[in-house]
Design a binder for this molecule. Structure first.
Ligand code: UTP
Length: 297
């Protein structure tokens, strides 16, 4: 079995109901933080981590995603003619090479585990990454790169993990910790969205994974779990029973849950403030806005 991680699955077939009505006609992954769609952040992170093949699990109504990665000859010509080379560079950055990107369809939104299983034939017998575009992570070293480096030491399965407040824990998959080694944690169990009294810890799994082909095999026979969905967490947990090779990884970086409105807004503010061309004016506006609100209270 090959050990280098060069393929990543991007499950983008969900319905995105928390962003209705926008997601009635726009895929959630095309929503922008400042001027870049969520999907661009995910692709950039994967590329910097050494990923060479990008597999999208899509569904009906996600055509805008395919167009986003395609060449845009008319636009390119127009920018060239007007000598707008900076914009041309920005445009080219979003274009993927032919053959670099593959799309498979999930016909029915049966859950994240099922979406990952849809990519089985394109993965074969090698470890692979899964990236959830909802989770945008600002980090000096991209989160997936940190995980791939850790994977070179551990092998097996690695899930990105972070402490969450107990009040929010039951919205996540949670790790039952066997041994806490600092950034790395060996795991003896995983529970998806438990009732608060059943939570084994408040160390939650977020949307970055490096998985073994064994997880794919488990998914083939995985029954529906929490929420009636085929859960990726359950298929990873089975590997603990078989091989004891699952690790949590506390990454360095700030994660934004852009699948929720509050998280998306926080990310928008953070990314706008980090932009040299916007920060001054935007910060002035924010301060004024907050002062006015406070004065009115
Ligand atoms: P979410 O649980 O956030 O679901 O899925 P969602 O449909 O995207 O959004 P809401 O909750 O209705 O607002 C987490 C990730 O798993 C993918 C989603 O596209 C998202 O990236 N997913 C989920 C699938 O690809 N297929 C599924 O059947 C379920």
């Amino acid at each position: 079995m090959k050990n280098k991680v060069t393929k990543a699955i991007f499950p983008v077939a969900g319905l995105g109901t928390r962003f209705l009505p926008a997601t009635k006609s726009i895929p959630k992954e095309i929503l922008c933080l400042v001027d870049r769609p969520l999907i661009q952040y995910a692709i950039d992170e994967a590329r910097e981590a050494g990923i060479e093949e990008y597999i999208f699990v899509t569904s009906r109504g996600k055509g805008a995603l395919e167009d986003y990665f395609d060449a845009a000859p008319q636009l390119e010509q127009s920018l060239k003619a007007k000598k707008k080379f900076d914009l041309l560079k920005v445009l080219n950055h979003s274009t993927m090479d032919s053959g670099e990107i593959a799309y498979v369809r999930q016909r029915e939104a049966l859950g994240l585990g099922h979406a990952v299983l849809c990519a089985e034939r394109l993965i074969g017998d090698e470890p692979f990454a899964v990236i959830l575009t909802d989770d945008v992570i600002a980090a000096d070293k991209p989160c997936l790169k940190q995980m791939i480096e850790a994977h070179e030491q551990t092998g097996g399965n690695i899930v990105a993990a972070m402490e969450v407040p107990p009040s929010k824990a039951s919205a996540y998959g949670l790790l039952d910790i066997k041994e806490d080694m600092g950034a790395l944690v060996s795991v003896k169990g995983m529970v998806e969205k438990p009732e608060p009294e059943d939570a084994p810890s408040n160390l939650a799994v977020i949307g970055r994974y490096i998985l073994t082909p064994g997880v794919m095999k488990n998914l083939r026979t995985q029954a529906a779990g929490a929420g009636g969905e085929i859960q990726l967490t359950d298929a990873i947990a089975k590997e603990i029973e078989k091989y004891d090779n699952v690790f949590g990884f506390r990454f360095d970086g700030q994660r934004y849950d852009c699948g929720s409105k509050a998280g998306f807004l926080q990310a928008t503010v953070a990314f706008a403030l980090a932009r040299g061309d916007l920060s001054e004016e935007f910060m002035e506006f924010l301060i004024k806005m907050v002062d006015t609100r406070r004065a009115a209270q």
